[in-house]
Design a protein around this ligand. Structure first.
Ligand code: B1M
Length: 212
């Protein structure tokens, strides 16, 4: 019988961290795959809350409490997603663009990339354009990966691309972008080589970028 993650998703929405941790452990005990727990319950839980937020039915404090509950759940599955193959597939500098404090998606992308065998240098959130450029200079990554969740901050991705161009670094690195408002069309428009709409496809996209 297929696993039903709706109770766990509800627990995330209710911000009940103890229930979240228990249900994740129970699901693992029943043999549910860690990635299914992430994709079918933890992520949908926080996404549903976003819809309620949009409709004015929940407010920021509730979202923060739910984020904490979700992160507790992620902490339980994290070690089980760990890569067995320690050989690095490539180096990724990752961050959320300037003006943007959303990091749940970025952190999950980081986790999945690491589990997929990439070395990830995490710049955190609200990363100024110049810091991305400095990180490319310092670490010479294969991929510069940027996340944005706000329509008003996604434009900062273009700024980073322009700054890389100005510094003569643009050809040294592949750029991958993602986040709720980002599309493949937007990536094409600004000249980013890579785009992924979720954490699982971020890994396949990163693999494609390092192979080309
Ligand atoms: Co904010 N927020 N938020 N928020 N928030 C959104 C994004 C919003 C859509 C909510 C809404 O109105 N429905 C809206 C943006 C509207 C817009 O711009 N069009 C919004 C707003 C308006 C705001 C504030 C302005 C609210 C305010 O203050 N009035 C404010 C801005 C603060 C700032 O950044 N300067 C704000 C604040 C916050 C909190 C701090 C409360 C909290 C963030 C906590 C945190 O991240 N530590 C928060 C949250 C949680 C959300 C929602 C509810 C959930 C986001 C999330 O974590 N989703 C969100 C609504 C929504 O998205 N439905 C919302 C789960 C996460 C797993 O998905 O991040 O999409 P996501 O990541 C996915 C993919 O996008 C992809 O993979 C991930 C996993 O599959 N992905 C990548 C992400 N990055 C990638 C990078 C890649 C590849 C794939 O390659 C590099």
């Amino acid at each position: 019988m297929a696993w039903d993650g709706s109770a766990l998703s509800d627990a995330v929405q209710n911000g009940d961290d103890k229930a979240v941790v228990q249900m994740v452990r129970d699901a693992l005990g029943e043999g549910v795959a860690p990635l299914s727990i992430l994709d079918e319950a933890l992520i949908p839980g926080i996404q549903k809350l976003g819809e309620l937020f949009k409709d004015g039915e929940v407010f920021l404090p509730e979202i923060l409490i739910s984020c904490r509950a979700m992160n507790r759940g992620v902490d339980v599955v994290k070690p089980l997603l760990a890569a067995e193959d320690v050989h690095s597939k490539g180096k990724v500098v990752l961050g959320t663009v300037e003006g943007d404090l959303h990091d749940i998606g970025k952190n999950i992308v980081k986790l999945m990339l690491e589990c997929g065998g990439f070395e990830v240098i995490d710049m955190g959130v609200d990363v100024p354009v110049g810091d991305f450029v400095s990180a490319v200079k310092e670490h010479s990554p294969d991929i510069l990966a940027m996340s944005a969740l706000l329509t008003i901050t996604m434009v900062n991705m273009t700024e980073v691309l322009q700054a890389l161009e100005k510094e003569g670094l643009r050809d040294s690195v592949r750029v991958m972008i993602g986040g709720a408002p980002i599309t493949r069309e937007y990536a094409d428009e600004i000249g980013a080589e890579g785009f992924a709409e979720d954490c699982a496809s971020a890994v396949t996209e990163a693999e494609r970028l390092v192979a080309n």
